[in-house]
Design a protein around this ligand. Structure first.
Ligand SMILES: [Zn+2]
Length: 380
């Protein structure tokens, strides 16, 4: 053996050896594998590599066995780690290592196949979760898609039921000068709409207004009290009405109720328990910033069309933001953050609308405020 030969450790198996084999050292030289000094006879065993049958085996097939038949016809085997086998073969004559190179190529292919197999298995296992993730991620779009299958008639029928539940316990009225003004402003803003609007005043200090699918709009007397002009109320209503016109509320109800209710809705079954669920959250419904922006912009367009001065929408929000009152009474503000960004966007959008013909709203605003106070006591 030459001095630069790599010697590796391995195990030798033969019928004469116990099952666990015999620890050996080995090296390769030219076209031979040399197993050093076996214990039983003390002599090196020199085997021509081409006469050996290599194979992968052991745990995880990470060992290389070389099998052969002894002169006595006994099945013998020597085994190395894959790394050591590679070292041994690198030292040997290339032509003699061909059988080894062949099984190594097969082993590489097998490993690649099993990696792909594992990848596919993993994909198969996680696919449902991926789909769920996509569903959750895209569910607002899905809700919008489902809403597309709901007819105006179905929406109005749904709205009627949701409205009945949402306003349960509220002091609603459709009388008085303040109510007439509210309704008149609302009608100016919804001319030509596909929806048949119903306007209500709710007697509560809370500054809020909300809209139910199909065109049910509730404004609190607290909103009228906080407003300094009809234009400010018009701004809030213009915005709120767009949540109906753009079907934001309908989509949000579908989104929060999920598939079961959506299917029932498409099937025309607008009844049952989930309506109540939908109703409970309506008064404090919070839309995404995109939908709020859309309601702002479309609301401005509606004000423009109705020849109503648009500044009320901006000033009312700014006033609420600076208000000393606690957020409890400012429900509208909690669902409609009066950010500087929002004000800036609104002002910019107003500037961009040219030919804005403004006609002052013909209402006696102090009379509206007085009516709020007077009528408060007439509601049971
Ligand atoms: Zn809004």
């Amino acid at each position: 053996m030459s001095t630069n030969q790599v010697v590796v450790r391995g195990r030798f198996y033969s019928p004469a050896n116990p099952a666990q084999g015999e620890a050996i050292t080995a090296y390769s030289e030219a076209s031979d594998l040399v197993i050093a000094a076996l214990q039983n006879n003390g002599a090196d065993l020199r085997l021509p590599l081409v006469a050996l049958k290599p194979r992968y085996g052991g745990f995880n097939r990470e060992q290389v066995y070389f099998d052969w038949k002894s002169a006595q016809g006994e099945a013998c085997s020597v085994c190395f780690s894959a790394k050591d086998a590679e070292l041994l073969m690198a030292q040997a004559q290339a032509t003699a290592t061909q059988p080894y190179q062949q099984v190594r190529r097969e082993q590489t292919k097998r490993k690649r196949r099993s990696t792909i197999g594992l990848g596919l298995l993993a994909l198969y296992l996680i696919l449902p979760f991926l789909l769920l993730l996509i569903l959750l991620w895209k569910s607002h779009q899905i809700a919008a898609w489902v809403a597309g299958y709901v007819s105006i008639e179905q929406e109005q029928a749904l709205g009627e039921m949701v409205f009945a539940n949402a306003t349960d316990g509220m002091k609603l009225r459709q009388t008085g000068y303040d109510y007439e003004v509210l309704k008149s402003i609302g009608e100016r803003l919804t001319q030509g709409s596909v929806y048949d609007y119903h306007w209500y005043l709710a007697d509560t200090e809370e500054i809020n207004a909300f809209a139910v699918p199909g065109g049910y709009v509730v404004a609190n007397t607290g909103l009228l009290k906080a407003a300094d002009s009809a234009e400010e109320v018009a701004g809030v209503l213009a915005h709120e009405v767009q949540h109906v016109e753009q079907r934001h509320t309908l989509e949000d109800i579908i989104y929060s109720l999920g598939w079961q209710a959506s299917i029932a809705l498409i099937a025309g079954d607008v009844s049952s328990l989930w309506i109540t669920q939908a109703a409970t959250q309506l008064t404090s419904l919070k839309f995404s910033r995109e939908l709020e922006t859309e309601a702002d912009i479309k609301g401005l367009e509606a004000l423009h069309k109705a020849n109503i001065a648009p500044q009320g929408l901006v000033t009312f929000f700014e006033k609420l933001a600076e208000s000393e009152e606690g957020l409890d009474s400012l429900t509208f503000l909690s669902t409609h953050p009066a950010s500087d960004q929002r004000s800036a966007n609104l002002k910019k959008a107003i500037q961009q609308q040219t030919n804005w013909t403004t006609l002052a709203l013909p209402y006696d605003w102090p009379k509206v405020k007085a009516a709020v106070e007077q009528n408060k006591h007439t509601i049971k």
